[in-house]
Each structure stands twice: as C-alpha cells, then as structure tokens.
Design a protein around this ligand. Sequence first.
Ligand SMILES: [Zn+2]
Length: 414
Amino acid sequence: MNKKKVDLVLSNCSKLLTCRDGSGDIVGVIENGWVAIDDEEIAFIGQKEEVLEKIEYDESNVIDCSGKVVLPGFVDAHTHLVFGGSRSKEYAAGMTKGGKEKFIKAGNKTGINATIDMTRDVDEEILYHAALTRLHQMMNTGTTTVESKSGYGLTVDSEIKLLEINKKLNRDLPVDIVSTFLGAHGWPDNMEKDEYIEVLINEMIPAVAKRNLAEFCDIWCDDGHYTAEESRLVLKCAEKLGMRPKIHTDAYSYIGGSDLGIDMNMVSVDHLNYTPKSVMKKLAESKIPGVLLPATDFAVKHPVPFDAEAMVEAGMTLALGTNCCPGAWNTSMQLVIMLTCREHGVDVETAIKAATLGGAKALNLDSDRGSIEEGKLADIQIWNTGDYEDVIYKLGINQVEKVIKRGRIIVNNA
Ligand SMILES: [Zn+2]
C-alpha cells in the first residue's frame, strides 16, 4: 500500500475527543489516539498502528501529545462581537440591590440603546480593533470558528459598516467569522417599530443581500421586542434573499418564537429560557439546534435559567455560544462549558460536544468542522492536561496549549 506524505502528526494523544456522532460515547474518545493532517485537512485518525501504516512522516512536523487532551476547535455559535465602548459602570451598578435603578435615575442610558450610542457613529477602524482584541482572546482559549452578528447600528449605513468589519476580520485572522444580520435587535429611539420593520424589509435586508454580507438573518422575538408574526415577516423576506433564519427567543417570555423556529425550519433557535417541554420535543424531532448562552444567564442573574437538563432529556441537539456582548462580556468557550455544567446540570461530555459539533450544526457547518474526522478541516486544540474534566474543575484557568486552524498552528502557549 502506498503511504501518504502528511504535513503534521499529533502523536500519542492521551485522550483524543473526536466529538463525532455515532461513536458509542458522547465525545467519541480514542485513548492514545493519533491524528495525521495533510495541508488543511485531517487525513487519518486512529490508534498508532492504524495511522502509521497509512502515512509517511519522516518530514512531517510531529507534536507529541502524551499527557494531553486533543479535541476539535470550539465553534462559538452566537456572538455580538463587533461593538463600541463598554457598559462596565452599568454592570457594576447592578451588583447591589437598587444599584441599577440609581444608575438609571442619574440619567444614564443602559442596555442595547447605550451600546448603539457608543457604536453607530464610531469610526470603523476603532470598532475593528476592539473586535480584533476580543477575537484574539477567543483564539487563545480554543475557538476556531465564530458567529458574529450586527445589531448595534440600526441604520442601513451603520449595519453595513458592522458587517463589513466581520468581513475584514474574517480576511485578516486565521479563524473563520460567520456573519449574521441582526438589524432587528431592536428599533431606533426615533422610530416606531412598524416604521422600522418597513425599513428592514425595503432597505436594509436588500442592501445586505446585495452586498452578500451575511449568511444568516436573526431577530429578537420576545415580549416587548418583536412578535412572532413580525419575526416571520422579517425573516421570510431575508430568506427569499438567501439568508437563512435564526432567532433570539423565549429569553424572557414565551410568545411563539421557538414554534416559529420549527415552522420555518431555522438553522438554530437561541436562548430558550421559557421554552415549554412540548416545544423542546418538537425541536428535537426537527433536529433544530438550541443555542444556549450560559454566560448571559450568569451575567444578568436570570430569574429563569434555561433548562438544559430537560433539553437533553428531550433529545435536542445543543450548541453553545459566548454571546460575547456588552451585557455579558466574555470570550471563553471554556467558561461557557463550566457554567453549562455547574449552573444548568449538564455533564461535561455533553457540554464539550455542544461547544464543538453542536456549534457547527447551529451554523450549518458540520459537514466540514466540529469534530475530528477524516476529511474534515484540521481545526484542533491541544490542552495542557490529560483530564478533560479539568475544563470545568480548574476554575478560570485556560487549558489551551496549542490551537491548530486549517492545519496551521495559530496559538502556541507551550
Ligand atoms: Zn444574542
């Protein structure tokens, strides 16, 4: 048999978490596994003998992974990466009883509207560099694919500016950025909601589609935000122009957003604090991933934390996201895994799978990433531990030693 020359070999991985489906255990562990990488792709995986009989590696770069956990790069399935300013004072005020009320009474704007003021008219260069810093932090903690939404501009020009920044970040950094148009994050102060929906449908969505700036279109469907009918209207329009729908929903109420997700066969439904168990069952049957955002539940001290245990029981596909935004400023999927387990009663294997293959499914990218399988992209991280449970056990410690993106080492903390 002809042996294949490969570029990179990961040898003696104490625990190789393939995270592939159908492997018996949740994360598809191979003990003492080997991975052979050819250019951008994973060529072979398996036990030493299985891999060695297929490869020639005299000239390959070999990384000895004994005593290490090796797993797919994280796919962060939900972020608001590009924004200006900071709401640290608002957040700090919210730590004490009545603190936030006092902060508002003193005349300070809060929430999305405060961030819009710090983003809409800010120079593109400044916004780019702020997002770049966050993206570097994401890479350093093991993330190799990031979804990034617009939604802090709410005018045609400013929303396009945010999506253009996504495009530049995708071009300039080795990680992949998947762009989502979220013009319906809210509506501007100076406009009625109905009036803004007209702008979304007649101006913004066509402008984004024409420039091919977004893969997906998202909306916030909740009491006090957009109704399910309004969401359908906006998302149908985007779908016609080639953007698949996603939805922020059931975060603070249940008004039919997750049902709409099923009805429109969305690529994902996100948040899900108030989702009834009957809808979880339907989401499971429809194979629509639920994207969970535990850092947000933690940061806002959510009165109704999402019920991940019930979602697992219903058989749903779960994905995780940092929801990196000014309201829940975090960039680490390791923190997200830790919170998912400790605060929402999920086992560590299920959380790791949700942070890798689950995220890829929520971005419709699981055909080429999210698991360590032959033929998929070599998006891989190496942890400086032999016990993957350390990710939830050793609090606030970055486990990442190396990150490989499309076969190239992009982070080396060794
Ligand atoms: Zn969000």
